[in-house]
Design a protein around this ligand. Structure first.
Ligand code: GDP
Ligand code: MN
Length: 376
C-alpha cells in the first residue's frame, strides 16, 4: 500500500526527519490561507505517482492568489490518470543541492538496502539507466543496523558534500528506523534538499507499506481507504475478495492463487487478455461465487468470464450453485465458460447442463472458447 506524500512526511517528522512546514488542503481557498501563513509556497498534487513535477503537479507560487489558482487548477482533476483530491501547500525551499536517499528490501541479499545518489530530483529509474555508477548501495545487517562508518562510506561514495553528511547520516538512520518500525517495503526521499543556508530537508517523501503488516500497523491501516487507487479493487477488498484488476477484457475467476495465476497465463498464451485476478479461495460457497461475478462485472471492459475450478476443499456443486444463482440474479449478459474438475466436479457439471454456461474440459479449451465467444 502506498501512502501519500503528506502522510509519509507526517511519519518522517515524528521520527526526527526534517520536513518543510506545510498544510494539506482540499479546496483552493484553504491553499490561499495556507500561503498567507507560509509565504512563498509550492503547491503539490497528492496522488500515488512519481514524476508529478514534470506532469504539472508541482507548482511554485509567489503569492497567496497564485497558490489558490494552482490549487484550483489541480483539485478535482486527473494527474497522470489519477484524481487529485488534495494538495500539499508547503513553504518553498532555497535549494542548493538535491540528493536521493532510500531504503528498500533487497530480496537477493535478504536485507534492507540503503541507496544514495547525488543525482537527486530526477526519477531514480532514470539515474539507474543513464548513470548506474552514480547510485551507491549499502546492504544493512539486520542484527546491527547501519553502522556510522558504513553510512559515512555510503555518503562519501555517493559524493554528498562533506558539510552536510553529519546531518544526512542522522536522517539516514531515522529513515532506516522508520522503515523497520512501520513495516515499510520502500521509504524514499527524493529530493533530499540541502538549502542555501546548509540545512537538510526532505522535500519529497515516498512510503510503501507491506500490506501483510497492516494488522499491526493500525494507524497506517487507517490510510487504506484513501490509498486505494482502483475503485473496484477497493470494493473487492471491502467484501473480502482477493481481486487484482488487470487491463484486458476476459474476467478470470478460480479457486486458489496458483490456479488463477496459471489461468491468466493460459488465457494470455491462447491470445486473450485477462481483465483481472480473482481467487475465491478454498471451500468457497455459493454466496462468494455470486459476489465474485458481481465484482468482475464492475469492470465495464469485461466481455466474458472464465471460471477455472479445481475442487479440493472447494466443492464443484457449491460453485455451480453459485454460478447459477449469480448469473440469474445479476442479469449477466456476457458469455461464461466453466471448466470444473475435482471434488464433486461431475455433479457440478450436471447442474450447469441446460443453462447458458459453456462447459470446457480443460483450462486450455476454456481459454480458447472464451476468446472465441468474446470475439477475438
Ligand atoms: P515528484 O516530481 O513527484 O517527485 O515531486 P517532488 O516533490 O520531488 O518535486 C519535483 C521537483 O520540484 C523537485 O525535485 C525540485 O527540483 C522542484 N522544486 C522546486 N522548488 C521546490 C520546493 O520548494 N519544494 C519542493 N518539494 N520541490 C521543489
Ligand atoms: Mn520526488
Amino acid at each position: 500500500m502506498k501512502l501519500h506524500e503528506y502522510q509519509a512526511k507526517e511519519i518522517f517528522a515524528r521520527q526526527g526527519i526534517p520536513i518543510p512546514r506545510g498544510r494539506v488542503v482540499s479546496v483552493p481557498e484553504q491553499a490561499q490561507a495556507a500561503a498567507q501563513e507560509l509565504g512563498r509556497v509550492v503547491v503539490k498534487a497528492q496522488v500515488h505517482v512519481g514524476g508529478r513535477g514534470k506532469a504539472g503537479g508541482i507548482k511554485l507560487a509567489h503569492d497567496p492568489d497564485e497558490a489558490r489558482a494552482f490549487a484550483e487548477a489541480m483539485l478535482g482533476k486527473p494527474l497522470k490518470g489519477l484524481l487529485v483530491e488534495q494538495v500539499l501547500v508547503e513553504e518553498a525551499l532555497d535549494i542548493a543541492s538535491e540528493y536521493y536517499l532510500s531504503v528498500t528490501v533487497d530480496r537477493a541479499t535478504k536485507r534492507a538496502l540503503m541507496m544514495a545518489s547525488a543525482l537527486g530530483g530526477v526519477d531514480i529509474e532514470e539515474v539507474a539507466a543513464s548513470h548506474p555508477d552514480r547510485i551507491s548501495r549499502l546492504p544493512i545487517d539486520p542484527a546491527y543496523g547501519p553502522m556510522d562508518f558504513e553510512l559515512r562510506g555510503l555518503m562519501s561514495d555517493a559524493g554528498f558534500e562533506a558539510g552536510a553528511t553529519r546531518h544526512i547520516g542522522q536522517i539516514a538512520r531515522a529513515l532506516y528506523d522508520t522503515m523497520l518500525r512501520c513495516d515499510g517495503s520502500l521509504v524514499e526521499i527524493n529530493p533530499l534538499v540541502v538549502t542555501g543556508s546548509g540545512t537538510v530537508v526532505a522535500a519529497d517523501a515516498k512510503f510503501d507499506v507491506d500490506d501483510n503488516a497492516l494488522y499491526r500497523q493500525h494507524e497506517l491501516a487507517g490510510h487504506r481507504e484513501e490509498a486505494e487507487e482502483d475503485p473496484i479493487e477497493a470494493e473487492a477488498h471491502r467484501r473480502g475478495a482477493t481481486y487484482v484488476r488487470l487491463d484486458g477484457d476476459i474476467g478470470v475467476i478460480g479457486n486458489g492463487a496458483g490456479l488463477v495465476m496459471t489461468t491468466l497465463d493460459v488465457v494470455t498464451r491462447a491470445g486473450g487478455r485477462p481483465a483481472n485476478f480473482l481467487d475465491i479461495g478454498g471451500g468457497a460457497r455459493a454466496e462468494s461465487v455470486r459476489q465474485a461475478i458481481e465484482i468482475v462485472l464492475m469492470d465495464s471492459n469485461v466481455k466474458g468470464i472464465l471460471f477455472n475450478i479445481f475442487g479440493g476443499i472447494t466443492r464443484g456443486d457449491e460453485v455451480a450453485q453459485g454460478i447459477l444463482e449469480g448469473t440469474s440474479g445479476l442479469g449477466v449478459n456476457v458469455p461464461i465458460v466453466v471448466r470444473m474438475a475435482g471434488t464433486r466436479g461431475e455433479q457440478g457439471r450436471k447442474m450447469l447442463e441446460g443453462s447458458s454456461l459453456v462447459p470446457a474440459a480443460s483450462p486450455i479449451e476454456a481459454a480458447e472458447k472464451i476468446i472465441e465467444l468474446t470475439g477475438k
